[in-house]
Design a protein around this ligand. Sequence first.
Ligand SMILES: NC(=O)c1ccc[n+]([C@@H]2O[C@H](COP(=O)([O-])OP(=O)(O)OC[C@H]3O[C@@H](n4cnc5c(N)ncnc54)[C@H](OP(=O)(O)O)[C@@H]3O)[C@@H](O)[C@H]2O)c1
Length: 241
Amino acid sequence: MRYIFITGSSKGLGKAFAELFLDQEQTKVFGISRTCSIDHENYVHHHVDLNNSDDLYNFTFPQLQNAEEVILINNAGLLNPIKKVGAFSAEALSINIQVNLIAPMVLCNTFINTYQELSAKKLIVNISSGAGKYPIDGWSAYCTSKSGLDMFSTVMQAEQNLISYVFKRVKVISISPGIIDTDMQAEIRRSNVDDFSQVNRFVDYKKSGDLQSSVQTAGKIISKLHTFYTRDEVICSLRDE
Ligand SMILES: NC(=O)c1ccc[n+]([C@@H]2O[C@H](COP(=O)([O-])OP(=O)(O)OC[C@H]3O[C@@H](n4cnc5c(N)ncnc54)[C@H](OP(=O)(O)O)[C@@H]3O)[C@@H](O)[C@H]2O)c1
């Protein structure tokens, strides 16, 4: 049996992941987000606000029957605040770092604590962004959160590589999915040029049909999952696949 845990499973990329996995046999999906939009016999939803510390700290991964593979996809994320430093609220900054960085760190910690000894293939896929690799004005919180997620993933993998019994190791990937036609992109296009100088470039991406669909993106990543176990690098981009 395959067990997949996906944060942000209510819409966008996370929902596409969940629905594509649910099409596969012997696969149970656990979704984690504030709202639920999937009804399927092999789907279990956990109503969790990743910005709420009680929700996050109390989340536990279940004991699993006949597990052959267990995957955690840290996908939930938000872009806000789209504002230059000096113009955003402390609260907006805090929510961004909590949901995009602290929450995946906490869930990775709980996942490894729960499943390290489980004799099954174990994979963590952190959904990162090109924005974690280069500076984008107006996106300082988002860029910082994704850069932090890349580093956290790299350190986690280095720790796992120290485990001499290879079958106990968890494999970690931090992948940039490219630009996807979701609510997050709509939010970018609605932003103000004074807050984000490149807004018109993103308006043009949509007009020119340069955005991938969530299903295309999730499908490409799922088709690569088996290759992740044997690769050395942690940080990767779907564009290079
Ligand atoms: N779209 C792009 O072009 C793009 C590009 C590069 C990277 N990414 C990354 O891809 C991932 C998915 O993005 P997307 O475009 O699919 O975004 P989206 O359509 O805006 O969906 C975001 C998801 O995150 C969940 N979420 C947000 N805040 C949450 C909270 N406090 N607690 C629990 N869940 C929360 C939402 O669920 P609820 O509202 O139901 O809680 C929703 O399911 C993100 O990590 C994003 O950074 C996206």
